[in-house]
Design a protein around this ligand. Structure first.
Ligand code: NAP
Length: 244
């Protein structure tokens, strides 16, 4: 029986891409997992079914990360079902790219609300539970773009940079109760989000010579949750050595 049997994780945006790999990796390691999705019910059901084959409990919840009440309800539902929450992975994220001069207020707000405020809502909800438990790991998915910036992605970069300051603050607030908070900053990972990114040119900047797989991120998440009890307030770059 897995040493993690009975432990529980909440993952936002688990129906596709990196989130899907995180859900399956945690389930394979023995975690009960609750994950959210925005609208793609068919994809969510497929992930739920695949994760359950590992013999763990799985909850797929339609919950908009940008909605404070839905985010809170996701955490509460998971806690009620599993009796504890050992890890929260704020993975749900969107991009709405445009040059600054053409960026609408709506696209600015939507990206900040989903990527940054969304992590705030779930973290606040889960902190209450983890502080009582005196253990837990919060992992926020930032991006190489949050560290270096990117033309045409001012909204996305601001949300991802914001996550870094947010997480470092959580590390300071929650550390005394053995709750860790870390950021993973992926480079370019093969998912729907990067489908239209021109790959050839990118590879010149990646020493490891390939784009990342969702599993590259999922394995790092698993490491932080299961072996990272003395790691907090850090930004872990998982980007093949990407240099701009
Ligand atoms: P993706 O393939 O576009 O998948 C996004 C996932 O998030 C889907 O499961 C989607 O649900 C869900 N989602 C989107 N908006 C949501 C909302 N408002 N509420 C709840 N769930 C929502 O994205 P990805 O490439 O896997 O990226 C995952 C995370 O890693 C994001 O935070 C992204 O910014 C970050 N990241 C990605 C890369 C990369 O190269 N791919 C690089 C750096 C950072 P539906 O299926 O229902 O739409």
């Amino acid at each position: 029986m897995s040493e993690h049997k009975g432990k529980a994780a909440v993952v936002t945006g688990g129906s596709r891409g990196i989130g899907k790999a995180i859900v399956l990796t945690l389930a394979a390691a023995g975690f009960n997992v609750a994950f959210s999705y925005a609208s793609n019910q068919a994809a969510a059901e497929e992930v739920e079914k695949a994760a359950k084959t590992f013999g763990v409990e799985v909850l797929a919840v339609k919950a908009d990360a940008a909605d404070a009440e839905q985010a809170q309800a996701l955490v509460e539902q998971a806690h009620k079902q599993f009796g504890r929450i050992d890890a929260l992975v704020n993975n749900a994220g969107i991009a709405k790219d445009n040059l600054l001069m053409r960026m609408s207020n709506e696209d600015w707000d939507k990206v900040l609300d989903t990527n940054l405020s969304g992590a705030f809502y779930t973290s606040r909800a889960v902190a209450r539970i983890m502080l009582k438990q005196r253990s837990g790991a919060i992992i926020n998915l930032s991006s190489v773009v949050g560290v270096f910036g990117n033309a045409g992605q001012a909204n996305y970069a601001a949300s991802k940079a914001g996550l870094i300051g947010f997480t470092k603050s959580l590390a300071k607030e929650l550390g005394s109760r053995s709750v860790t908070a870390n950021v993973i900053a992926p480079g370019f990972i093969e998912t729907d989000m990067t489908e239209s990114v021109p790959k050839e040119k990118l590879l010149e900047h990646i020493p490891l010579g390939r784009l990342g797989e969702p599993e590259d991120i999922a394995k790092t998440v698993l490491f932080l949750i299961t072996s990272g009890s003395y790691i907090t307030g850090q930004v872990i770059h998982v980007d093949g050595g990407l240099v701009f």
